[in-house]
Write a protein that binds this ligand. Structure first.
Ligand code: B12
Length: 219
């Protein structure tokens, strides 16, 4: 392993070991070494959360530890978030309203995805967590976005996608927006069946999908 991957592995291990001090110092070192904020989040912090998820699934970590892992994750994210958002201020590529779908209180994925989308040049309106279908409808009326982003972090809440889409349809707004689902439980084919236009479990891939949509609109 080279120095960069050692450092990224230390960040990931810091999250798994719930060690805020290690995460902070290793993220700071990674920034000093010039490792991109995207790699620090994707290969360091998020890698750690993936391991936490696997340990939780296997019964080796329990809910209180998962919550401390989230705090540890945020301690690192806080240090790189300003770097990710630095490019803001240029002309927006498109507007997204994004929220965690009804019944879902996971916040970490959304809080990672939003700075990535902003850094890519999108204007993002954050609707928060456990967002009712009607609140998505209201937000589309108010903000007139190009894209609606649904944070769907469990299979059950991903399956709720069709209800949010139907609410947009009933309000006569579905035709003016693309809908994208994000989260670890998404599946592209299922998302299309549920009435969305796309889905991904990776914020950077999400940027590519949405950039392609915006290019279509501009043609
Ligand atoms: C942390 C966590 C929690 C924390 C959440 C704390 C918080 N503040 O967010 C707590 C402990 C509260 C929690 C609760 C629960 N959880 Co939980 N949780 C997790 C865990 C371990 C990590 C999630 C995470 O932070 N990942 C890191 C982020 C960065 O990854 P991400 O979310 O995928 O986001 C990335 C992309 O998806 C993308 N993205 C994110 N959002 C969006 C949005 C858009 C529009 C786009 C385009 C892209 C995008 O960008 C990110 C970067 O690439 C996962 C395990 C896992 N493997 O994901 C389980 C997991 C999601 N939880 C799960 C479950 C079941 C629950 C509970 C029901 C548990 C329970 N029995 O009570 C409750 C549900 C509560 C509720 N009503 O929502 C399951 C879901 C299983 C399923 N397929 O349905 C998982 C997968 C664990 C498992 N294997 O069983 N959880």
């Amino acid at each position: 392993m080279n120095d960069e991957s050692d450092l990224l592995a230390t960040i990931a291990q810091g999250v798994v070991h719930l060690d805020v001090a290690v995460v902070r110092t290793s993220v700071e070192s990674a920034v000093r070494e010039g490792i991109s904020p995207f790699r620090i989040v994707a290969e360091g912090l998020s890698q750690g959360m993936r391991t936490v998820g696997a340990l939780f699934r296997d019964g080796e970590l329990f809910m209180p530890e998962v919550l401390v892992a989230c705090d540890t994750y945020y301690a690192g994210l806080q240090l790189v978030q300003p770097l990710i958002e630095k490019d803001n201020g240029r002309i927006a590529k498109g507007k997204i309203v994004l929220g965690t779908i009804h019944g879902d209180i996971h916040t970490v994925g959304k809080d990672v995805a939003i700075p990535v989308f902003r850094a890519a040049g999108f204007d993002v309106v954050d609707l928060g967590t456990d967002v009712a279908d009607e609140a998505f409808v209201e937000a589309v009326r108010q903000h007139q976005p190009d894209i609606v982003g649904l944070g769907t972090y469990m299979t059950s809440t991903f399956m709720h996608t069709n209800q949010t889409v139907e609410a947009l349809e009933r309000a006569g707004l579905r035709g003016q927006v693309k809908v994208i689902c994000g989260g670890p439980a998404v599946d592209v084919r299922a998302a299309l069946k549920l009435g969305a236009d796309g889905a991904t479990d990776n914020a950077w891939e999400g940027v590519q999908i949405m950039e392609a949509w915006m290019a279509e609109v501009r043609e």
